[in-house]
Design a protein around this ligand. Structure first.
Ligand SMILES: NC(=O)c1ccc[n+]([C@@H]2O[C@H](COP(=O)([O-])OP(=O)(O)OC[C@H]3O[C@@H](n4cnc5c(N)ncnc54)[C@H](OP(=O)(O)O)[C@@H]3O)[C@@H](O)[C@H]2O)c1
Length: 296
């Protein structure tokens, strides 16, 4: 008998995310087991509980989803889950804390529809948050030169240091402070793409600054709460052409984000060895677009 597809939700928050639960069911999970307030040190035993209950041939029908608002804890849970597994008792695992991975992948893929990222320069505004950090990482892996902006140079430099620690070459990463007008103007002047990754309701770029950005070909703002992050970009913009530039607002990216989230959950059940983070979601997202192109 075919085993039911079980998704085990490990959430670091006091209550497991309802949003992630609903998406999991919509994406094809037949049973959802929810664990809240999960601590990294508890993960090994939880994972072993999943590894040993079904034979290796059935383990592709068991998978983990790691979520929660604390991305640092979530990443530790993800690493501990992977470290706790060994052949042939593996189960697939995915991490999307607060939607940060799927949102970052959707944003970068949206930009890549209009611009060859390799060799381009990008400005990531508020690059220190969970989404901004992932946008910056994916862009650097796409061989973009990335300005990482923060109100604090120490914080943007800390993000650069983390990415350097993950093997990204130093020449692709430049930490700047939004308080430093000279560097901010330089980044705005040089960038072909800008991503607004600030907290909800925070304005990061004015219409005047946007106008000065003559090299800009794509502008993407992920903040859905007024005032929006980049003045002049509409919440629902989805590839809206304004002069030489194409604009996306938070809802304009949101559709692809949801598709990536669902397809990632579905792909967990294709084998017992998937490990899906923001980089894997780039592959999944590009597949979605390629399939849509073939159909249309
Ligand atoms: N559509 C979706 O499904 C989806 C999913 C996830 C997130 N989002 C959106 O994506 C954006 C980024 O998410 P996130 O979780 O990474 O955001 P976040 O952690 O809440 O904030 C990101 C950064 O914004 C900056 N910031 C915070 N308060 C500020 C203030 N008062 N003034 C200026 N800058 C401020 C901080 O950078 P510094 O302190 O370093 O300056 C912070 O690191 C948010 O707008 C979020 O709502 C959308």
């Amino acid at each position: 008998m075919t085993k039911r597809r079980i998704l085990i939700q490990l959430d670091t928050d006091a209550q497991a995310s309802v949003f992630d639960a609903v998406v999991a069911i919509d994406a094809g999970a037949e049973r959802l087991l929810q664990y809240a307030n999960v601590k990294p040190e508890q993960v090994r035993d939880l994972v072993h509980g999943a590894m040993y209950t079904r034979g290796p041939q059935d383990l592709k029908n068991t998978a983990f989803f790691i979520g929660g608002s604390n991305v640092v804890h979530g990443e530790q849970v993800y690493r501990n889950a992977i470290d706790a597994m060994f052949d042939p008792f593996r189960v697939s695992v995915m991490i999307d804390c607060n939607g940060s991975n799927s949102t970052a992948a959707a944003a970068v893929i949206s930009a890549s529809r209009h611009l060859d990222l390799e060799g381009s320069t990008a400005l990531v505004l508020a690059a220190t948050g969970p989404v901004g950090q992932r946008v910056a990482k994916i862009l650097a892996n796409e061989k973009c030169t990335v300005y990482l902006s923060s109100r604090s140079l120490d914080r943007s430099q800390e993000c650069v240091d983390q990415l350097l620690g993950q093997g990204i070459p130093a020449h692709r990463l430049i930490a700047i402070s939004s308080a430093d007008q000279l560097w901010t103007d330089k980044a705005i002047r040089e960038s072909q793409v800008v991503f607004g990754c600030g907290a909800a309701g925070v304005r990061l770029m004015t219409a005047e600054q946007l106008e000065q950005a003559t090299e800009l070909r794509v502008a993407i703002d992920l903040n859905a709460v007024p005032p929006l992050g980049i003045e002049g970009i509409g919440l629902t913009d989805k590839g809206v052409q304004r002069g030489d530039r194409v604009d996306y607002g938070a809802l304009g990216v949101g559709g692809l984000k949801m598709k990536i989230h669902k397809a990632s959950v579905a792909s967990l059940f294709e084998s017992n060895s998937r490990a899906i983070d923001c980089q894997e979601m780039m592959i999944i997202g590009r597949d979605i677009l390629a399939r849509e192109k073939t159909v249309s």
